[in-house]
Design a protein around this ligand. Structure first.
Ligand SMILES: [Zn+2]
Length: 252
């Protein structure tokens, strides 16, 4: 039989869990947790929060904690957010809604510019003094998933562009949803934010989903022979603005 949760464990965790009610259930947000990060060779201290979506809505967190060991969470990705500075109260904060990119963020793939954008946005947040980087785990390949993204890359190696490849596999060009991230943002900050993106569609999608945006900051860079075509597709087909800075994944 499973052991009852140690009361000490529960009391430590209870202070660091927030319940955020959603339309379909709840988000459980855990944090802040100190996270010193190696950013271009310098140690920068961020605060980290991670969240989990559940159908069950309860303030009895023991019920949620009890389920963790059998929930097989490693099979599913969870999203999280890195926060820097006085994010809750500062007047002016910049945020990045970063879509997970296994190949770009982890392997440093140059087929897209996600890895570059990830690090660059963290640096911009640090330089700005206050901000947050949302790392959205269900956004791989603009929401098509890693395996489908591999298939899309095969098509791209055979002459398809990013949009054609995703559509060829039966996906809509962009199926990403930001509602969880926006609810988490609202739980940790009430004031408007400046959004780092080159993608006006993303800015509009976020505004429509209820994000209070006070401005947009572009994020281009790292153009190479490997991602030039991808970046051009972003500009021509996906409505990205040119001459500014952002990345090359189907992702952004
Ligand atoms: Zn990417």
């Amino acid at each position: 039989m499973k052991q009852a949760l140690d009361s000490k464990v529960l009391s430590v965790l209870e202070d660091k869990i927030q319940l955020i009610k959603t339309e379909g259930g709840a988000i459980y947000l855990v944090g802040p947790i100190k996270l010193p990060v190696n950013l271009y060779g310098e140690t920068v201290e961020f605060k980290w929060y991670c969240w989990l979506n559940c159908k069950e809505v309860t303030e009895d967190f023991e019920r949620i904690i009890d389920k963790l060991s059998s929930a097989n969470l490693a099979e599913f990705q969870q999203s999280s957010v890195l926060v820097y500075g006085d994010f809750e109260y500062a007047e002016d904060a910049i945020i990045r809604m970063h879509s997970i990119c296994h190949t770009g963020d982890i392997f440093g793939s140059k087929r897209c510019d996600c890895g570059y954008q990830l690090k660059k946005s963290m640096k911009m947040i640090q330089e700005h003094g206050t901000g947050a980087l949302f790392y959205l785990a269900n956004h791989e390949g603009r929401g098509i998933g890693l395996f489908s993204k591999a298939m899309a890359y095969v098509l791209q190696e055979n002459g398809y562009d990013t949009v054609e490849a995703n559509e060829g596999l039966g996906f809509v060009d962009d199926s990403r949803n930001y509602s969880d991230a926006i609810q988490v943002l609202k739980a940790i900050r009430q004031k408007p934010v400046t959004l780092m993106t080159n993608n006006p569609k993303k800015l509009n999608a976020l505004k429509e989903a209820g994000l209070e945006v006070s401005g947009r900051q572009p994020l281009w860079g790292d153009v190479s022979e490997f991602n030039e075509k991808y970046l051009q597709t972003k500009i021509k087909k996906s409505g990205h603005l040119e001459e500014e800075d952002e990345g090359t994944c189907p992702n952004d």
